[in-house]
Design a protein around this ligand. Structure first.
Ligand code: PMP
Length: 446
């Protein structure tokens, strides 16, 4: 299997020509937190299949559930007149799991972008059912990432994911992310939380509260560079949304199912959203699955609709695919049995503590931040001025290569290195990961 033979394959978020020259690493096997490429090179999976492979790569219970489902019923639709046992079981399981968050129903799809699309569409439909069709606008964060469909793309903050596809959905607006390292306002956490919440309030007032359907954000921003908001931010956001009747959509595609050290990111701040976007960790990457969890307020508007117009005009051939639902049920069992969020909190605290000093130690590391088992290392051209590196981030590429030679797979995202290993990682494996990173940084620094 030669790398040159990958010429027909277009990779997401990559230049087709550049990928041919870059000769992508062909990952051939995975076991636990480890992956092997076709040449037999063994690496710790510091990327975790893009925040998805939370249970690692060879969980037997999930594998067995998938095989059993293939033998029983490989496929049938959840549609108007049909459903199947795994869909019923999984919906009940998710609602039970999220009962403390106020969730009463769930809508299934095939991945994170779908989960976001479902949330945006349900939010718009909610306001129509309430007789307030003018509430059609969405507000989101400047560094936010919400997938690739036209709705999600329109609320994405990063222009790089939007530019080639404009014009997008009208009525989408962005406010500043509560980002300590690069905000122009203050380096005081508390003050920053208040300022960024106020910016949201001002935007709602500027747009006219009666025109705003929802505010959508990630509890901790992932692709934007692992940005953990100040402690007062989310509670203030909830207050503001309540004050103006704006729905709150939590995009938990990355933070859902344990990554931040709690089962859901919103729980880290004791906040309840109105709609939650779920994917990745829901099936630990074994199969594609997305879900939009629906809070009581939104669900009731559909259930109580006196006009009889409340049909959900949204859905997929593969909504709650039986194999995906079976994998998710087994994943949820494993998350509980292995106390995955607890492990992410405990081992993650060790990971964060060991990685933070990189910001003092290496001349090109400006900021190290994160929570649980998500870590962002922002690289800079000049630490004193925080000047950014040129596009393409040559330093990160060198670090990634040096890490690869040391047996660690890392992800480069703009100016950041992002680490998001499986959530079943041990303290020893975290030490391996940090040692490899440290060695790679030292090599590039020398
Ligand atoms: N929302 C967030 C917060 C994400 O990080 C991602 C993917 N990284 C998505 C949505 C889109 O998910 P998917 O790639 O499964 O469509």
């Amino acid at each position: 299997l030669k790398r040159d033979n990958a010429q027909y394959l277009w990779h997401p978020m990559a230049h087709p020509q550049a990928m041919q020259k870059a000769k992508p690493d062909i990952i051939a096997r995975g076991e636990g937190c480890w992956i092997w490429d076709v040449d037999g090179h063994r690496m710790l999976d510091g990327v975790g299949g893009l925040w998805a492979a939370n249970l690692g790569h060879s969980n037997k219970a999930v594998r067995d559930a998938i095989v059993a489902q293939l033998d029983e019923l490989p496929f049938y639709n959840v549609f108007r007149g049909t459903t199947h046992p795994r869909a019923i079981e999984l919906s009940k399981r998710i609602v039970q799991t999220m009962e403390p968050d106020g969730v009463t129903a769930v809508f299934f799809s095939n991945g994170g972008s779908d989960a976001v699309e479902g949330a945006l569409k349900l939010a718009r439909q909610y306001w129509k059912l309430k007789g307030q069709a003018d509430r059609h606008k969405f507000i989101a964060l400047r560094q936010g990432y919400h997938g690739v469909h036209f709705g999600g793309m329109s609320v994405n903050g990063n222009l790089n994911f939007r530019r080639a596809y404009e014009p997008l959905l009208p009525g989408c607006f962005h406010v500043d992310t509560p980002w300590l390292y690069r905000n122009p306002y203050t380096q005081d956490l508390e003050e920053l939380g208040e300022i960024c919440a106020t910016l949201l309030e001002r935007e709602i007032l500027f747009q006219g509260p009666d025109t705003v359907a929802a505010f959508i954000a990630e509890p901790i921003q992932g692709a934007g560079g692992v940005i953990v908001p100040p402690p007062n931010y989310w509670p203030r956001v909830r207050e503001i949304c309540d004050k103006y009747g704006v729905l709150l959509i939590a995009d938990e595609v990355v933070t859902g199912f344990g990554r931040g050290g709690a089962m859901f990111g919103t729980r880290l701040w004791n906040v309840k959203a109105d709609l939650w976007c779920l994917a990745k960790g829901i099936s630990s990457g074994y199969v594609p699955l997305g879900a939009t969890a629906i809070g009581a307020k939104v669900a009731e508007a559909f259930m109580d609709d006196p006009t009889g117009q409340a049909a959900v005009g949204h859905g997929y051939t593969y909504s709650a695919h039986p194999v995906a639902a079976a994998a998710a049920l087994a994943t949820l069992d494993q998350i509980e049995a292995l106390d995955v969020p607890g492990n992410a909190a405990r081992v993650g605290a060790h990971f964060q503590a060991r990685a933070r000093p990189f910001a003092e130690r290496f001349s090109f590391v400006g900021d190290v931040r994160g929570m649980g088992l998500m870590l962002g290392i922002e690289m800079v051209a000049d630490k004193a001025t925080r000047a950014t590196l040129p596009r393409g981030n040559p330093v990160a590429a060198k670090v990634a290569q040096a890490a690869y030679r040391r047996g660690l797979m890392v992800r480069i995202s703009g100016p950041n290195l992002i680490l998001s290993p499986p959530l079943v990682i041990t303290r020893e494996e975290v030490d391996f990961m940090v040692d490899a990173l440290e060695g790679a940084f030292a090599e590039v620094e020398a």
